[in-house]
Design a protein around this ligand. Structure first.
Ligand SMILES: Cc1cc2nc3c(=O)[nH]c(=O)nc-3n(C[C@H](O)[C@H](O)[C@H](O)COP(=O)(O)O)c2cc1C
Length: 203
């Protein structure tokens, strides 16, 4: 039987959730090492994503996971994308691009579809739903003790990258999501203060 009153239990829940949210910070892929999440932990992370608000339930986003067996091929794709943008990229620059694919213990790409489902739900709403899903993943990963980060880059808009990953016409590759064990971390960023982002409308 639950011995706490409803208001106490809400406050405990809020406290726990806020602790997790305050704890989350970007830990870039180069600072992450194995082990990444287990299959069971991944199920929970994806369940967290599925709780995101989704106008008209059109599921405008998906995740494309890159297992370790695919990383060399992904690295080659990064290098090809760089070459597509800059035919004079040096071998060192191409190696650096390749190496980026090898860093994260767990790596996936967020893909948002601007066409799927009702056309009344515009791209802003779709991206927002995806952002909520991603934040849920980052928060739950943090609660499990993992480090995580979002990374973007020019490769995501490249033709070869889109083609090889099988993105359809209306799909956008938004960012990579990395999750793993924290090897090293930098000092947490200062958070904005409430007055920086909240105002009251005076009619
Ligand atoms: C969509 C998206 C893409 C991002 N891409 C990068 C990136 O390519 N490289 C990077 O260092 N940080 C990236 N970030 C992370 C931000 O730099 C980071 O969230 C910000 O500095 C605040 O730090 P915090 O996450 O520790 O609060 C990205 C964040 C978002 C939301």
């Amino acid at each position: 039987m639950n011995s706490t009153t409803p208001s106490e239990s809400i406050s405990e829940l809020t406290d726990s959730l806020m602790q997790v949210l305050r704890l989350r910070r970007t830990i870039l892929p180069k600072r992450l090492v194995t082990p990444g999440p287990t299959k069971e932990q991944l199920c929970v992370l994806f369940e967290a994503a599925a709780t995101a608000p989704d106008h008209d339930q059109i599921l405008p986003w998906r995740f494309l996971v890159f297992p370790s067996s695919s990383r060399v091929a992904l690295g080659a794709l990064f290098a090809q994308s760089l070459h597509e943008r800059d035919a004079e990229a040096t071998p060192e620059q191409l190696d650096k691009a390749r190496e980026k694919a090898l860093r994260s213990p767990f790596l996936m790409l967020l893909v948002v579809d601007q066409c799927r489902g009702s056309h009344e739900v515009d791209l802003n709403e779709r991206l927002l739903s995806a952002g909520c899903a991603v934040q849920n993943i980052l928060s739950v990963a943090t609660s499990m003790g993992f480090g995580s980060s979002l990374t973007s880059g020019k490769a995501m808009k490249s033709k070869i990258f889109r083609k090889e990953l099988g993105l359809s016409e209306g799909e956008h590759a938004v960012c990579f999501i990395s999750v793993g064990t924290i090897a090293t971390s930098k000092q947490a960023k200062t958070r904005p203060t409430v007055d920086q982002f909240v105002s009251t409308w005076a009619s």
